[in-house]
Design a protein around this ligand. Structure first.
Ligand code: PMP
Length: 307
């Protein structure tokens, strides 16, 4: 198996990567019953720091709450596990993946009364998700034929394993057709999000992003960019947007923990603006990455040094 780090945290203990095993009859494997997070640790001027670690762990517990999945560890224990799996691997920058799931609880769709989740927390190195080049050159995206989940089917506000079947369709269709990534519309035909990233539009020096009602995950990078954008003096507007609003944008960019901030240079082979990273996207990137060098003042306590 691919080994991405020496150690992993699993059900309360740090152990060698290869020892964290589950049974093939695990509930989550059959029915997608898992909730998870993706958190980046940056090597900052304050030392290795989890970016909005507390907010991510809160979202993990929120996702579990939506599905009534009991996580048998306290908030503080999960926070510590996130730190431990990075520090034990002697990493200074990392991607942390906590995942709570129903394991070997039996084959009924409804887990038996009293069943609790297993929890793993993995920390491992992970570079730019869509490639280093893309941060400047931008990516070519397509609106996919797959809609995002309807709000009354599977809640997109939970970061659950099963949701990523939708993401898989969005992403793989785009790639099969020669694009870098896909963007989905919601079931009303309005712009939703990418497979694993939120979406922003810049038009006439204003910054727009689809609202929570557009079947999106409320990304923490999205929230960060909204705050930083306003801090920089931009008007930032959550608003439903049509597909053609993308085509006529001055700039489009996508945001996510893994993706960070990726400029979009074309949508459906229509050039966006000058078909390269635009000035607002560049400023937003600088402001965001400046948090990790201290150039951008962290007024919000988003950097959480690991201990
Ligand atoms: N939407 C989806 C579907 C995602 O998987 C992610 C990545 N977690 C995002 C948006 C961006 O969220 P965040 O900025 O919190 O990573």
């Amino acid at each position: 198996a691919a080994k991405t780090a020496e150690y992993i945290w699993f059900n309360g203990a740090i152990m060698p990567w290869g020892d964290a095993k589950v049974h093939v009859m695990s509930h989550a494997l059959h029915y997608g019953t898992s909730v998870f997070e993706g958190i980046r640790v940056y090597d900052t001027h304050l030392g290795p720091a989890g970016f909005r670690l507390t907010d991510h762990v809160q979202r993990l517990f929120d996702s579990a709450k939506i599905y009534r999945m009991p996580i048998p560890y306290s908030f503080d224990e999960v926070m510590q596990a996130c730190s431990d799996c990075v520090l034990k691997n002697k990493l200074t920058s990392a991607y942390i993946r906590p995942l709570a799931f129903y394991g070997d609880v039996g084959m009924g769709i409804t887990p038996p009364k009293g069943a609790v989740c297993d929890l793993l927390v993995a920390g491992f190195p992970w570079g730019a998700y869509l490639g280093e080049d893309s941060m400047e050159a931008g990516v070519d995206v397509a609106v996919t034929s797959w809609n995002r989940l309807a709000p009354n089917t599977i809640p997109t506000g939970a970061k659950a394993g099963g949701n990523y079947l939708s993401s898989l369709q969005i992403s793989t269709e785009a790639k099969r057709n020669g694009f870098d990534e896909g963007i989905a519309l919601d079931t009303n035909g309005l712009v939703s999000e990418g497979a694993g990233a939120n979406l922003f539009v810049v038009k006439n020096n204003k910054i727009y992003t689809p609202p929570s009602s557009a079947s999106i995950l409320m990304g923490l990078t999205r929230d960060t960019i909204m705050v930083l954008g306003r801090e920089m003096g931009y008007e930032v507007i959550e608003e439903a947007m049509s597909r053609e609003f993308l085509y006529l944008a001055d700039e489009v960019f996508m945001t996510g923990t893994a993706a960070e901030i990726v400029p979009v240079r074309s949508v459906d082979r229509i050039d966006i603006g000058a078909a390269k990273r635009g000035p607002v996207t560049k400023k937003v990137q600088q402001s965001f990455f400046g948090l990790f060098t201290g150039e951008t003042e962290d007024k919000w306590g988003w950097l959480e040094p690991l201990k």
